[in-house]
Design a protein around this ligand. Structure first.
Ligand SMILES: [Cu+2]
Length: 66
């Protein structure tokens, strides 16, 4: 499954690390690609997009499907 998210308050590499870790905890083995300038997170994982979105939101980020 592939999912694209916009994380509007992802502003620095610390955010990128936090979000990447949250996604990989929710979906072990997930492939995560981040475009910090576009505030975009692309994930390939065997987990539903809603679960990934919830994992990112739980870290305090404003996340929506792209
Ligand atoms: Cu940050």
């Amino acid at each position: 499954m592939k999912a694209e998210f916009i994380v509007s308050d992802m502003t620095c590499n610390h955010c990128v690390q936090t979000i990447t870790r949250a996604v990989q905890t929710a979906a072990p083995g997930a492939r995560v690609q981040v475009d910090l300038d576009a505030r975009r997170v692309s994930v390939e994982a065997a987990v539903e997009a809603a679960a990934l979105q919830a994992a990112i939101a739980e870290e305090g980020y404003d996340v929506r499907l792209a």
